[in-house]
Design a protein around this ligand. Structure first.
Ligand SMILES: C[S@@+](CC[C@H](N)C(=O)[O-])C[C@H]1O[C@@H](n2cnc3c(N)ncnc32)[C@H](O)[C@@H]1O
Length: 228
């Protein structure tokens, strides 16, 4: 993929970093985005054509926002979340007291599923953190059923709002966390990540077929939906 890869994305470094920031992850997301990340996650899930008994997996599920939104609106769907950070998963599990969502610790570059297993595969703000992003996309493609949907959600094009975000994030991180260097990483990983147009080409190169792109918050966040 076309990521310029100028930040340390070794799986070990990323794993340790997310374990370290896990306790404040949700809080920081809320203040950095002024709560708008929930709106974007909700809208992007609503844009999918999910059927009642679909088998759905959220890759890099973190603390489980996307998985919970899916389960809330589609209670009969079988929803799984996978992430390699045990600390992020611990928080996801505390928000899942009735165990309606399955959470699994694992690496999305090597998924423990058969080919063509899922009707819907989602990934929010994950690919940007993966050194071997190509392998993660290949895995998403492999486990998706033909005609299924792959939703990829992350920061989109740079604009005035993303500049404000990049300026305020380090300040907020210094005010509210001990791990503010992790938020320097976040900004760098965002700046070096491919644009939505380039991502769509990368996904197509792995076999996906483009379905639609939705931009939110004036394009600060972009969702690409692909099929197989
Ligand atoms: C920025 S968080 C996104 C969490 C969640 N999807 C959200 O939207 O809030 C990125 C997540 O990707 C996970 N992650 C990064 N690389 C991974 C990999 N190779 N396999 C599994 N999880 C990974 C991290 O542990 C972290 O929880």
């Amino acid at each position: 993929m076309t990521d310029k890869n100028t930040v340390d994305k070794t799986p070990e470094a990323i794993h340790v970093m997310f374990n370290m920031i896990s306790r404040k992850y949700d809080f920081m997301n809320n203040i950095m985005s002024f709560g708008t990340h929930y709106y974007v996650k909700y809208r992007s899930i609503k844009s999918l054509n999910i059927k009642p008994h679909d088998n759905i997996i959220d890759l890099c599920c973190g603390t489980g926002d996307l998985a919970r939104i899916i389960k809330y609106f589609h209670p009969d769907a079988c929803v799984t979340g996978i992430d390699f950070s045990e600390e992020m998963l611990k928080i996801a599990k505390t928000k899942n007291p009735k165990r309606k969502i399955r959470y699994l610790q694992g690496d999305v570059t090597n998924l423990p599923y058969e080919d063509n297993s899922f009707d819907i595969v989602t990934m929010g703000f994950g690919l940007r953190n993966i050194a071997n992003a190509e392998k993660a996309v290949e895995e998403a493609y492999r486990i998706l059923k033909p005609q299924g949907s792959f939703l990829h959600l992350d920061f989109g094009n740079q604009n005035f709002l993303s500049k404000i975000y990049e300026t305020t994030t380090p300040i907020l991180a210094k005010m509210f966390t001990e791990n503010y260097f992790s938020y320097d990483y976040l900004i760098k990983s965002k700046q070096t990540f491919p644009s939505p147009d380039d991502l769509i080409k990368d996904f197509e190169n792995k076999g996906f077929i483009f379905k639609k792109r939705n931009d939110y918050l004036f394009g600060v966040i972009s969702a690409e939906t692909m099929t197989k």
